[in-house]
Write a protein that binds this ligand. Structure first.
Ligand SMILES: [Zn+2]
Length: 265
């Protein structure tokens, strides 16, 4: 049984500031270790539940954060970025039993985290069919596109609540909640324990309960901080500039949405 883990860093326990997720800053190594420990805990939960192979995408910034020597033998770690539009879900295909997301964070514009954003810091919001999109939503749609259910999420409380609106049976571990430029966090050891226990339950369960269906049609709206970004993006094929800072794009094909996001944000 193969499982897939996509891991980000802004939703790791205790992270409250960009300095803590930036490789060149002194605060980083403490949180790099915690990110690794939370991914290891997810691996252990999956292995306890019978997984035999684990593919992990290190999906934060450089894609080179997780300390590979800490991972179990069954794990294969994807470091860096290939340039494929699947991005944080690189190499996912229908041979996987399920997807787990670790260290994810609230979307651009959400008060759920001091580090809220969607893919980059360029956008005020990204909406798909009037639903404000976090990376969780984009990557859950990509998983649905290849037919694999997303069964587990850890990250901030607001994202965990959002996730249940999209996928009511997903299991979550909320490791912190955001307020303004601050967070209130659970203990790092408690997060590791909960992630290990809940991932095991999630993999053991009937994972088809977490399978969502993709919409038939996608209306994507992206509002940028800067009008210059919207103007440039408006030259992507079939993109409309609907006001100086906002573009729209309509399609029936999820992969075309991924291509748009890949090139315009
Ligand atoms: Zn990140």
């Amino acid at each position: 049984m193969k499982v897939y883990i996509s891991a980000d860093m802004e939703g790791i326990t205790g992270v409250a500031h960009w300095d803590e997720v930036s490789k060149e800053k002194g605060d980083y190594s403490q949180f790099q270790k915690q990110m690794t420990a939370e991914v290891v805990a997810a691996c252990e939960g999956c292995l306890n539940a019978g997984a035999t192979e684990i593919r992990i995408k290190d999906a934060h910034d450089t894609g080179r954060n997780i300390i590979g020597s800490e991972l179990p033998n069954e794990a294969h770690l994807i470091r860096g970025w290939s340039g494929h539009p699947f991005s944080m879900m690189q190499d996912l295909d229908d041979s996987f039993h399920s997807v787990l997301m670790v260290g994810y964070h609230s979307r651009a514009g959400s008060p759920g985290s001091p580090l809220s954003h969607t893919m980059t810091s360029k956008v005020d919001y990204l909406k798909i069919n009037d639903r404000y999109a976090a990376e969780f939503l984009l990557n859950t749609y990509t998983s649905a596109f290849v037919g694999v259910p997303v069964i587990f999420l850890s990250g901030d409380q607001a994202l965990c609540e959002d996730a249940k609106l999209l996928s009511k049976n997903i299991r979550t571990v909320a490791v912190k909640s955001g307020m303004g430029d601050s967070i209130v966090s659970i203990q790092t050891k408690d997060a590791i324990k909960q992630i290990r226990e809940i991932t095991e339950k999630a993999v053991c369960d009937d994972v088809s309960r977490c399978q969502i269906s993709l919409p038939d049609h996608f209306l994507v709206e992206i509002r940028y901080h800067k009008h210059q970004s919207a103007y440039k993006a408006s030259f992507f094929p079939n993109v409309k500039l609907i006001d100086p800072q906002t573009i729209q794009f309509a399609t029936d094909e999820w992969f075309e949405v991924l291509q748009l996001i890949h090139f315009v944000i």
